[in-house]
Design a protein around this ligand. Structure first.
Ligand code: ASP
Length: 280
């Protein structure tokens, strides 16, 4: 049994882009789940899915990232391996096309978990990542805030391994150096193969105050279904800190769930029973 759930952000999904986002998400679920069915590990699967989402300018991650208030693109990403609980993350990284692949390199290298700013950008260059200028990364049209979304993926592989990843260009017109929830463990993502995995999106300043992904995981651990766990965390986000966002998650039985309190959220999944769904 395998399962996969991915998202393309929570916010004011624009009607014009909705159809294109839907088919992009569907294709990525199809492609990534066939890798999982062929025996790929969950870590490789979430990296693969998020890389495809970063490559698609419809989403605010990699190509398509919102520039900051000075016009520079600074990106955040995390990838979590739920069997070891180890993770790799980059914050405020510049001039790379796939921050999630750099995060995976940080994880594999094992010297640290989170690299930030110039150090992260230099790490990518030293490891052979191609330099991508801001003009290629920055979202082309001046779309309203929230029209493009952060991306994420959570996967369960055939051996029971769970992994999660999240990648973002951050909030539109953010101040230089601003880091959101996405690269922070327990905030932007978390995974534990004994319990489940989570990826979050929304207003980072609020998501991190309640460590939203950790809240979802705790609920799963206490026996909530993924749907209940996601709904509880979003309820807490709204009630406790008046935040807006969305979460996706799955558990070790291959059940998937998601919830959001924004006007829309882009999600696609295949659960352990092989049932698929997509919503934008
Ligand atoms: N959570 C991201 C951030 O605050 C943005 C988003 O998910 O849309 O950087």
């Amino acid at each position: 049994m395998v399962a996969l759930i991915i998202h393309g952000g929570a916010g004011n999904m624009s009607g014009r882009l909705a159809g294109a986002k839907k088919s992009a998400l569907q294709n990525i679920v199809l492609e990534t789940s066939s890798l999982l069915k062929g025996g790929a590990q969950s870590l490789a699967a979430v990296e693969y899915a998020v890389k495809l989402l970063e490559d698609d300018p419809l989403f605010n991650a990699g190509r398509g990232s919102y520039p900051n208030m000075e016009g520079m693109v600074e990106m955040d990403a995390i990838i979590v391996e739920g069997t070891s609980l180890n993770f790799g993350a980059v914050a405020g990284i510049r001039n790379v096309g796939n921050p999630v692949v750099v995060a995976r390199k940080v994880l594999d290298q094992g010297k640290c978990c989170l690299l930030a700013g110039e150090g992260a950008t230099r790490f990518a260059a030293a490891n052979g990542f191609e330099f991508v200028p801001d003009e290629e990364l920055a979202s082309k049209t001046d779309r309203p805030t929230g029209a493009l979304g952060t991306v994420g993926a959570v996967a369960l592989d055939s051996k029971g391994g769970i992994a999660a990843a999240t990648s973002t260009g951050g909030t539109a017109r953010k101040p230089p150096g601003r880091v959101g929830d996405s690269p922070l463990i327990g905030c932007g993502a978390i995974a534990d193969s004994l319990v489940g995995g989570v990826s979050a999106t929304g207003e980072g300043e609020f998501l991190m105050r309640i460590m939203i992904s950790r809240v979802v995981l705790d609920c799963l651990q206490q026996g909530s279904s993924p749907g209940e766990a996601a709904a509880h965390a979003i309820d807490l986000l709204g009630k406790r800190v008046q935040g807006k966002g969305g979460v996706i998650c799955l558990n070790g039985s291959g059940q998937t769930g998601y919830a959001f309190n924004t006007p829309g959220m882009a999600v696609a999944y295949i659960n352990g029973k092989g049932e698929t769904g997509v919503s934008v």
